[in-house]
Design a protein around this ligand. Structure first.
Ligand SMILES: *Cc1c(COP(=O)(O)O)cnc(C)c1O
Length: 415
């Protein structure tokens, strides 16, 4: 009955073959399918479940909020509290607006940037994913890439024509683009650590060049931290990576497992948004009290020790994968990692951009994925998606996954 059996395409396993696992429950580091089989969860709901499945404190906050009202369609104190908490960790967000998804957050940030600058073009990077709004579905990474759609049908070329695509980690191509069309560019949108073509780390100097070029040409910078925000540290990562952002977008982790996105930034830019300014943006369920309660409870639990735990787990998994791929041998494997985000490419390195990422051998990944899945470890069902760890995982859980991962590399090796 559901289109393709799913509500989001990557879930359909098209890129790895076979049929999707249907989950009945999740608890801590594990997911349990409808037949009662247990899987170590290395997807973490695409990064949102940073504390694992159904963390008790977040669940309790959701319960308590739900009995007070599921939605008001009017302001409530909780959204202000969560906004304040985000502001303390995200200095660029002088003003914030909650929405219900990362897609909406980026779409709205782009609209605000256009309204503020009076310009129409937006620059994105090949392999960057910024949600499925029409204009941003150009060369958009994992889900779109593995569906083999260059763009999406149903998106008018006039709309995508306002989107300019540059190469990640290639400041020269961006400089060229600005040279030619800089005066028409409203904003550059960039993932400070790319997480939608596997994990692609920004090379030194790339992000600072992005903001310098944008600002020299009067364009704004949107740091799309829907994945990285509150996943790599308590707050955003663009500052420490040299990107001077005017606007930032958040999602995934800040919703505590509920549908939440947010965009924020410089006060003068954000004040173009209604009701203060002429840029319209609204949402019936925006700032939903149950979702806000989940977000608050989540953020309350993200401490320095959460991030050091995640870093240790990330390093442990990376070392384990290195050791096993060396031991098993076969085609080259390249690992990329930022904290609890890990990219696994069946290709030689380095991986600097979409073209590099796409060298990853999808057939090998598919065999790896299924061998590992059969042994109770749930990895992202696509070669170009990120593996996400949660702080609910114990070092021992990863040790137990060793034999599954070894079997995966063996399956990947066999032609
Ligand atoms: C997931 C993601 C989005 C879209 O968020 P949704 O909640 O899926 O709409 C936008 N940008 C980035 C970087 C993402 O990873």
């Amino acid at each position: 009955m559901l289109v393709g059996g799913v509500d989001s395409p990557v879930r359909a396993f098209r890129s790895v073959g076979g049929s999707p696992v249907f989950f009945a429950r999740g608890t801590g580091a594990y997911l349990i399918d409808v037949d009662g089989r247990r899987y170590l969860d290395l997807v973490s709901s695409w990064g949102a479940n940073i504390l694992g499945n159904a963390p008790p404190g977040v669940v309790a906050a959701v319960r308590a909020a739900a009995v007070r009202g599921l939605t008001f369609g009017a302001p409530s104190p909780l959204e202000h509290e969560l906004a304040e908490e985000i502001r303390r960790a995200v200095p660029v967000a002088e003003r914030l607006r909650f929405v219900s998804s990362g897609t909406e957050a980026v779409m709205s940030a782009v609209r605000a940037a256009r309204g503020f600058t009076g310009r129409s073009k937006v620059v994105k990077f090949d392999g960057g994913y910024h949600g499925h709004s029409d204009g941003l579905l150009a060369r958009a990474g994992s889900g779109v890439a593995t569906a083999s759609l260059p763009d999406s049908a149903g998106v008018p070329s006039a709309v995508v024509g306002e989107t300019l695509v540059s190469r990640y980690n290639d400041p020269d191509s961006l400089a060229d683009l600005f040279e030619r069309q800089g005066s028409a560019v409203a904003a550059v949108v960039v993932e400070p650590v790319a997480g939608n073509m596997g994990v692609v780390l920004p090379q030194p100097g790339f992000l600072s060049a992005v903001s310098r070029l944008a600002h020299d040409h009067g364009a704004l910078v949107i740091a799309d931290e829907v994945i990285t925000g509150f996943r790599l540290r308590r707050g955003t990562v663009h500052e420490s990576l040299g990107l001077h952002a005017d606007l930032v977008t958040l999602g995934k982790v800040i919703g505590g497992g509920m549908p939440v996105g947010a965009y924020g930034g410089r006060r003068d830019v954000m004040e173009v948004v209604a009701p203060l300014g002429p840029v319209y943006q609204a949402g019936t369920l925006s700032g939903n009290p149950v979702a806000m309660a989940a977000g608050r409870a989540m953020l309350d639990r993200l401490t320095a020790s959460t991030y050091s735990t995640l870093e240790r787990l990330g390093a442990q998994l990376e070392a384990l994968l290195h050791r096993l791929s060396d031991e098993v041998g076969g085609a080259p494997v390249t690992l990329t990692r930022a904290g609890s985000m890990l990219g696994l490419f069946f290709a030689g390195g380095p991986i600097r951009d979409r073209q590099d990422a796409e060298r990853s051998d999808r057939n090998r990944y598919a065999r790896f994925f299924h061998a590992v899945l059969d042994r109770g470890v749930y990895l992202p069902p696509s070669a170009l998606e990120t593996t996400f760890l949660s702080a609910a995982i114990r070092p021992r859980d990863l040790q137990l996954a060793e034999s599954a991962l070894r079997a995966g590399f063996r399956a990947a090796r066999s032609a």
